[in-house]
Design a binder for this molecule. Structure first.
Ligand code: FBP
Length: 552
């Protein structure tokens, strides 16, 4: 295999473990904490999870290991979108498993949860695992988005586990995958399979967090990668002084990624979807808000700037979500075929005009034609518009352009406006993990094995106190049911892990809110530069501004 000098150097990196896990396997014991309750809907969640609800939170500490000796055969699955550090979760899990007993075995089910159902796997050994230490990506075994949620799937999973003598499954995923981990854990307990299930909190979106999970892994590296490039763009904008850059960043629904990048780079504008929803902002109001910054900067002779747009923002604009549901309705079932058979855009437009309410048609009419067409082209397997594929960075820059044209005609704006567009998402999901993510992920995996070894089922691997040096991190486990509530999904009430949106009264947003008016007009850009892997801890080991503000 051809490897870069950095990759070679990263193989040598020894991830840091929390102090309490550092004394060797024989020196890790459990401190049992309080019994837990779900965050809401306690009676309903308890009834749905009779075998795994209400268990105690636990913390590991240094002391004599009292776990019962048992041969462990563990299966691991990577689920959902890639996030930097996933390889290290598996490395930590493997190292703890082998350090406990060299005869223990780790299976990797390939290409996501479907690997378990299809019994498609590899067995890890030192040579294989060593090629992936401290590297980005999920290519060690691949990932996938198959949901593990039906009784039939669980029965197949139980059969596969029985066939290989598997004692535990580790699911590395986001809120949905860990919800499924909790349901699978309950199924395995109810059917007395003896198989344990442990989850690990992953997603670059940063929306799997709560009072127990301080952040999901991958968020640190992904936001640092985007911030580096946004900083570079800011410096280019400030050098050339002729472009406005509209930068869309990933985050399917929550705006944690956009907010963190804004805290790192201090752009002129950053939209926060949760605020758009709270203030019930219309598309036109958002465009005016951005145009205000363009106009004020132009008045000072600065016809350039940077605006960050969160990927999911249009879904939070009330009038836009009504439009989307009307379009979904308009094209439901065979109606889509009738629409697609229309030969010209003009005829399609007339079809749309007849089908939408006057309010939604008014919203549709102000969209640039390219976006209008996108709304009718991109459908998911259920026939719904894929909102995440809408080029909202182009939508807003076009709307700003027409606002500025109106202002120019009214004589209030005299500047020049030339826009460039970027979308940063996939660029960050497989980056070499930062030292923080390399350490955090290795600790999550190592800790997951300790939860298995001590017999826990339906727990999320938990490492906290993350704004402090790794030595002070606290390792333990939290029953997944503690994070759950009931939510309406596809017309049914379902138990799910509560997704964390940006809190508008939280410290990260408050800091941004206190500074954004100044950033909108002045050039207050900051340039974070590239992630540093080797060098002083204050440069290489710092985590996100979000975590620092939340915990500071
Ligand atoms: P996860 O929630 O599975 O971690 O994925 C998040 C994400 O990276 C979003 O930011 C993005 O909208 C989506 O995945 C893209 O999905 P895909 O990889 O299927 O294109």
């Amino acid at each position: 295999m051809n490897i870069s000098p950095l990759q070679k150097a990263r193989y040598e990196y020894s991830p840091k473990l929390p102090g309490m896990l550092k004394g060797g396997i024989s020196q890790i014991c459990v401190e049992v904490g309080e019994p837990t309750q779900s965050v809401a809907d306690q009676d309903k969640i308890k009834a749905l999870f009779p075998n795994t609800y209400g268990k105690n939170e636990i913390t590991f500490k240094q002391g004599t290991n009292t776990s019962a000796p048992k041969k462990q055969v563990v299966g691991v699955i990577l689920s959902g979108g890639q996030a930097p550090g996933g390889h290290n979760v598996i490395c930590g899990l493997y190292d703890a498993l082998k350090a406990t007993d060299a005869g223990n075995v780790l299976y990797g089910f390939k290409n996501g949860p479907s690997g378990l159902l299809e019994d498609d796997y590899l067995i890890f050994d030192d040579e294989y695992i060593d090629q992936y230490r401290n590297t980005g990506g999920f290519d060690i075994i691949g990932s996938g988005r198959t949901k593990l949620e039906t009784e039939e799937q669980f029965a197949v999973a139980a059969e596969v586990c029985k066939k290989h003598g598997i004692t535990a499954i580790v699911i590395i995923g986001g809120d949905d995958s860990n919800t499924n981990a909790a349901v699978l854990a309950e199924y395995f307990a109810a059917h007395e399979t003896g198989v344990q299930v442990i989850g690990c909190p992953k997603t670059i979106d940063g929306d799997l967090k709560n009072e127990d999970i301080e952040c999901s892994f991958g968020f640190d590296t992904a936001t640092k990668t985007y911030s580096e490039v946004i900083g570079n763009i800011e410096r280019d904008a400030n050098s050339a002084k002729k472009y406005w850059h509209f930068v869309k960043v990933m985050g399917r629904s929550a705006s944690h990624v956009a907010l963190e990048c804004a805290l790192e780079t201090q752009p002129n504008v950053c939209l926060i979807s949760e605020e758009v929803a709270e203030k019930k902002m219309s598309l036109s109001q958002i465009a005016d808000y951005i145009a205000d910054s363009v106009e004020k900067r132009a008045a000072k002779g600065m016809n350039f700037g940077v605006a960050i747009i969160p990927e999911g923002v249009v879904e939070f604009v009330p009038e836009f979500s009504v439009l989307i549901s009307e379009i979904n309705e308009l094209l439901a079932g065979s109606k889509a075929d009738a629409f697609n058979a229309l030969p010209t855009w003009k005829e399609k437009y007339e079809f749309i005009e007849k089908g939408l309410t006057a309010e939604s048609m008014a919203v549709f009419a102000i969209l640039p034609e390219g976006i209008q067409q996108q709304l009718f082209l991109e459908r998911d397997p259920h026939g719904n518009v894929q909102v995440s594929l809408i080029e909202s960075e182009k939508l807003f820059s076009e709307m700003v352009r027409s606002k500025l044209a109106e202002r120019k005609a009214a004589g209030t704006y005299k500047g020049k406006f030339s826009a460039l567009h970027h979308f940063f998402g996939y660029e960050g999901r497989c980056a070499f993990p930062s030292n923080f993510d390399a350490d955090y992920c290795y600790s999550l995996g190592y800790n997951a094995f300790m939860l298995i070894q001590y017999g826990y089922n339906g727990y999320l691997s938990k490492v906290s106190n993350l704004s402090k040096p790794a030595d002070e991190w606290v390792a333990g486990g939290m029953p997944i049911t503690k994070m759950m509530n009931m939510e309406r999904r596809h017309g049914e009430d379902k138990p799910v892990i509560r997704k964390a949106l940006v809190e508008l009264d939280g410290k990260p947003f408050k800091y941004f809110e206190a500074h954004r008016d100044e950033w909108a007009v002045e050039t207050a850009f900051t340039y974070p530069g590239a992630i540093q892997y080797f060098g002083p801890a204050e440069v290489c080991d710092i985590t996100t501004r979000t975590l620092a503000l939340e915990k500071g």
